[in-house]
Design a protein around this ligand. Structure first.
Ligand code: 13P
Length: 337
């Protein structure tokens, strides 16, 4: 295993003022997003949309890497340049989602386990040939009646560690993503407890399976009230509870924590990240972003599938990317809403 290579990729992913763009929506998910703007989801329309994101001039100033879906890493722009080459020109590292989704967990009515380990070693080799430098695997933990079960947490943590080790052996930096969902009416304390239990289980498995902590990135949820909760915790409480939980669970050897947005609005996701970096200095790891919806929502709305809207969609993406970049250094000053 080339540990130095893994460490240098992981360091580049969390370079100062930079974060990741999660553009790895599966075909099913991007189709749902396109339905909200009445755009037909075809291989070409998906390519056009992703191409506009990666061609936003200067995006490499804020974005260190993009997480791609299997279809996208193989696609070329309208002028024939591969999308991977487009990214490289901007100094952006290509990454790849390698899980095959959250599937029903045996022995449970509504919990899931993320699958995709079969054949993973060979797929990693292929993705490295296609130019990928890092990978992503998302485990999903639900809060609800009698959920999560210890079984769901443990099974998902075990699979995350198996994935991480296979990626490192093949030369990809694994993004380890245990997402405790925001769905539900639970309070921030429930989210805190479940997130802590989940992270402890994940790091226990990573340790047991000898994953190199210096050569991975953690992509967790923030500790936050359920989206249907009544008295939702404010920005500072989310920031402080999130950092306190990470301090208890995440070893200092991990170079970076790059959050998912998980259904937060674009502005909330930026404010939370800024508050964490503002309220807490000298943390052992970088705190940055790996947002999907919170980077793309307004760009998607601006685009509407029209070639004439490409520029305004790119401007919308650049605005979110620049504000989140500022939030990495606690320099976000708010915005007109
Ligand atoms: P969101 O930021 O939209 O939650 O997406 C991030 C991601 O990659 C989820 O796996």
């Amino acid at each position: 295993m080339d540990v130095n290579n893994l460490v240098s990729i992981a360091q580049a992913m969390v370079a100062d003022h930079k974060g990741l763009l999660a553009a790895d929506e599966s075909t099913g998910t991007i189709t749902k997003r396109f339905e909200t703007i009445n755009v037909n989801s075809t291989a070409d329309s998906r390519r056009d949309y992703r191409e506009l994101l990666f061609r936003a001039a200067g995006i490499g100033k804020y974005i260190s890497g993009v997480i791609l879906y299997d279809e996208t890493i193989r696609q070329s722009a309208a002028d024939g340049t591969t999308l991977v080459d487009l990214m490289k020109k901007e100094g952006i590292l290509p990454g790849i989602k390698v899980d095959s989704g959250a599937k029903p967990l045996a022995g449970s009515d509504s919990e899931t386990v993320t699958e995709g380990l079969d054949g993973l070693r060979d797929r990693v080799m292929e993705y490295v040939d296609l130019g990928a430098k890092f990978a992503k695997w998302r485990a999903v933990i639900k809060i609800g009646d009698e959920m999560p079960s210890g079984h769901a947490i443990h099974t998902n943590a075990h699979a995350l560690a198996r994935y991480a080790k296979i990626c490192q052996e093949g030369g990809l930096v694994p993004i380890v993503e245990p997402e405790v969902l925001m769905d539900g009416n639970h309070d921030i304390n429930s989210c805190q407890q479940i997130t802590e239990e989940t992270l402890n289980s994940v790091f226990g498995e990573l340790y047991a399976q000898e994953v190199v902590l210096e050569g991975m990135i953690l992509k967790p949820n923030m500790v936050i009230s359920g989206s249907d909760g009544e008295k939702r915790a404010d920005i500072n409480e989310v920031a402080n509870e999130t950092v306190a939980t990470l301090m208890r669970c995440v070893p200092a050897a991990v170079p970076g924590v790059m959050f998912l947005s998980g259904g937060q609005s674009e502005i909330e996701a930026t404010m939370h990240l800024n508050a964490m970096n503002n309220n807490h200095k000298n943390l052992p790891w970088k705190l940055s972003y790996s947002y999907g919806r919170a980077l793309q929502a307004s760009a998607l709305k601006a685009w509407l599938g029209e070639a004439g809207n490409v520029k305004s969609a790119q401007e919308a993406l650049m605005l979110r990317a620049s504000l989140n970049s500022a939030a990495c250094a606690a320099e976000y000053k708010g915005e007109a809403v």
